[in-house]
Design a protein around this ligand. Structure first.
Ligand code: ASP
Length: 357
């Protein structure tokens, strides 16, 4: 009898351990949302950081960038002002930039060494700490929409390559021919990067992503962070990565904690820049952690990480961030960063170059 009971016990334990997982990630409130004023909301976006110099810009180009940034920030702002969710605001604001050839995300994404567009994106909700990310997708029109589907409709956080595309189809997202992402400008950038690489090859016999020429040829990633009227912080990032990137290279944009992070207890952050350094420096989470554990202000934490830690590591780029009081940061250590913000009063800030320039 004892033997039978033991066998029964072992079987029950075995079945228990192998019980099917819940098909969705838990979405309870895991991060305490501080008391906030519902009238206090805001949005910040970026369209990439890099060697963006006034002398290389025509007035027409500058106008085109400003107009698109304004359209994108207003899109998210209107959703927030009407009491909409932070997730909708982030997704739709980013989609305006994904659909524009001006930015390195969606249409207008940079090319890989093989001449393809491989897109990365992620999104995170600061109340549940739920997140979704995709890497290396080639036929999904809106990678940020796919990242959101991963967060909301799968038990996983990240899908890559073919699996991500299968999931996109299952979810009914718009699939496009890869040629949709093509732009002549980005193709020329790839050709230039390859030419420069050959010059570099002559010097040391091997080319690398860390080539200073190549690193300068990336900018235009897009991102959005918001505080909605319910006090939720949400962050999202979408990119084509770096021009001339190799063999399935994945940057920081889809890495939670590096390219994107949101926590209602601290802030929401979206990064842009030399992805390898943002991954190694866990840049977005670092800023949130300094605020949460060190009681440091958003501005101070952002400055420390972007102006001290990142350059000390040898990296460059920038972040946009917003905290639970609606304070914002737009910090970068490159020549410029396409950026825009709107606060609850509807005041608009737009910028491309350093203020001092
Ligand atoms: N961070 C992106 C990446 O490394 C590129 C960028 O932001 O310009 O993939």
């Amino acid at each position: 009898m004892r033997k039978i009971l033991m066998v029964f016990g072992v079987i029950t334990l075995f079945i228990g351990c192998n019980a099917p997982q819940k098909s969705e990630k838990a979405s309870n409130e895991v991060s305490k949302t501080p008391e906030t004023n519902p009238e206090n909301f805001g949005i910040v976006i970026h369209g990439g950081a890099g060697t963006i110099l006034r002398k290389n810009m025509t007035p027409e180009m500058e106008e085109a960038y400003k107009a698109k940034l304004e359209e994108a920030v207003r899109k998210g702002y209107e959703i927030l002002a009407a009491g909409g969710s932070g997730l909708d605001a982030v997704e739709q604001s980013i989609q305006v930039m994904e659909e524009s050839p001006l930015f390195n995300a969606g249409k207008g994404a940079v090319f890989t060494n093989e001449g393809k567009n491989e897109l990365d994106a992620s999104i995170m909700h600061g109340k549940t700490l739920n997140a979704g990310a995709v890497a290396g997708v080639t036929s999904v029109k809106s990678p940020i929409a796919l990242a959101r589907k991963v967060m909301e409709n799968s038990e996983h956080v990240m899908f890559a390559g073919e699996g991500a595309e299968t999931f996109a189809k299952e979810q009914g997202l718009e699939i496009v021919d890869p040629s949709y992402f093509y732009t002549e400008n980005r193709w020329k950038s790839l050709e230039r990067a390859k030419e420069r690489e050959e010059v570099e090859l002559d010097h040391d016999g091997q080319a690398s992503l860390y080539d200073p020429f190549i690193k300068d040829s990336k900018f235009g990633t897009v991102g959005c962070v918001v505080l909605d009227k319910e006090g939720n912080l949400v962050a999202g990032t979408s990119t084509g990565g770096m021009t001339n990137k190799r063999w399935g290279r994945v940057g920081d944009a889809p890495i939670i904690g590096a390219g994107t992070y949101a926590n209602n207890a601290s802030c929401a952050v979206s990064s842009t820049g030399w992805g390898e350094f943002f991954i190694r420096g866990v840049i977005a989470h670092d800023i949130a952690a300094m605020m949460q554990y060190g009681g440091i202000s958003l501005q101070e934490a952002s400055q420390k990480v972007i102006q001290e830690k990142l350059p000390e590591m040898g990296g460059d780029g920038g972040i946009i961030a917003i905290d639970h009081n609606g304070n914002i940061a737009m910090e970068f250590n490159t020549a410029g960063m396409y950026r825009a913000a709107m606060n609850s009063k509807g005041e608009l800030t737009l910028g491309i170059y350093k203020e001092s320039e």
